[in-house]
Design a binder for this molecule. Structure first.
Ligand code: GDP
Ligand code: MG
Length: 309
């Protein structure tokens, strides 16, 4: 079904009609952070723990490098192999949208498919750079930001704003030097900075996923955050926001398709832009002409009530 959603988007409305009523409110946990910090290792460990605690778990892995043939795609699979063969766990890789780690448009649908098929914990691993951050913020319920000591990533990450969106910061590779310095930096940073009242500073934990250290604490913290998230009504709010987003996107697409059929856009738009480049004029006269045409067309439709569209 995920493959259908990826390759035959025209089937999405029908799939959505059947799936949405079957969803049971699975929690989506975004695992994000720079490449190589151990997101796949952490995800695999957290997924296995969740299975052990009786959850049914889905993992969506989005890796930008070489989405279709080997490379990181296979790498993620291999690192997750220790959890494969477990019937309460399903792992699926998704090609990234733009080759830079943005979530595939199929990601939210895939998460809903997992939900409808009875999974209650969904991990979404994505590279925390560029478009992927923005995508993961809308698609995930909670965001775990994974970092590692000894790289300059923190500054990059702070600049990119993902720290503000994080619900939990996990310093992985605590077996490497520099972990304490990084933990102290975050504590200092959070001491001197303020956040909106409804979003407290995220807890900062350390772990060594490779050595299975600190993950019980991380998993427990995630479950605590999930509890708060559901009780406070923020989960409901997220679900509503996602539906609102879906409706808006679908409407924009439909209206655009109708508009394009009516006006000959996008070819007409390209031709107009071409002309504007040549004569250096503002695009608004053209925009107004287009709008006037749509208005006229509507009026004609109204005066012919039998006109079927
Ligand atoms: N030293 C150390 N290496 C780790 C740890 N966790 C993961 N790694 C290694 O870091 C590399 C990248 O891990 P991966 O999970 O693929 O990172 P991702 O790119 O963020 O998904 C791999 O070689 C892992 O074995 C850890 O806790 N300590
Ligand atoms: Mg990975």
């Amino acid at each position: 079904m995920i493959t259908k959603v990826e390759n035959e988007p025209e089937l999405i409305p029908e799939i959505r009609d059947r799936l949405i009523p079957r969803r049971r409110g699975a929690i989506r946990i975004g695992i994000t952070g720079p490449p190589g910090v151990g997101k796949s290792t952490v995800t695999s460990a957290l997924a296995r723990r969740a299975v052990d605690e009786g959850h049914r778990v889905g993992v969506l892995a989005v890796d930008p490098s070489s989405p279709f043939t080997g490379g990181a795609f296979l790498g993620d699979r291999i690192r997750m192999q220790d959890v494969l063969g477990e019937p309460r766990l399903f792992i699926r890789s998704l090609a990234s949208r733009d080759g830079h780690g943005g979530l595939s448009p199929a990601t939210p649908h895939a998460a809903d498919i997992f939900d409808a098929f009875g999974m209650d914990r969904i991990f979404i691993e994505t590279v925390g750079v560029g478009q992927a951050e923005l995508d993961v913020m809308t698609t995930a319920d909670l965001i775990v930001l994974v970092l590692q000591p000894g790289t300059g990533d923190v500054i990059q990450t702070l600049k990119a704003g993902i720290v503000e969106a994080a619900d939990l910061i996990l310093i992985n590779k605590s077996d490497l030097p520099g972990t304490d310095i990084l933990l102290d930096s975050f504590r200092f940073l959070f001491d001197i900075s303020t956040r909106p009242k409804d979003k407290p500073q995220p807890p900062v934990l350390s772990a060594s996923a490779l050595n299975n250290k600190g993950l019980a604490e991380a998993a427990a913290e995630i479950e605590r955050l999930i509890g708060d998230f559901v009780r406070s009504g923020r989960h409901r709010e997220k679900v509503r926001a996602r539906l609102e987003h879906e409706i808006r996107e679908a409407v924009v697409h439909r209206v655009w398709d109708e508009f394009a059929a009516l006006t000959g856009a996008p070819e007409a738009i390209r031709a107009a832009a071409e002309g504007l480049v040549a004569d250096g004029q503002s695009p608004y006269p053209f925009i107004r002409r287009l709008a006037a045409r749509v208005k006229m067309e509507r009026r004609e439709q109204k005066s012919e009530p039998d006109h079927e569209r």
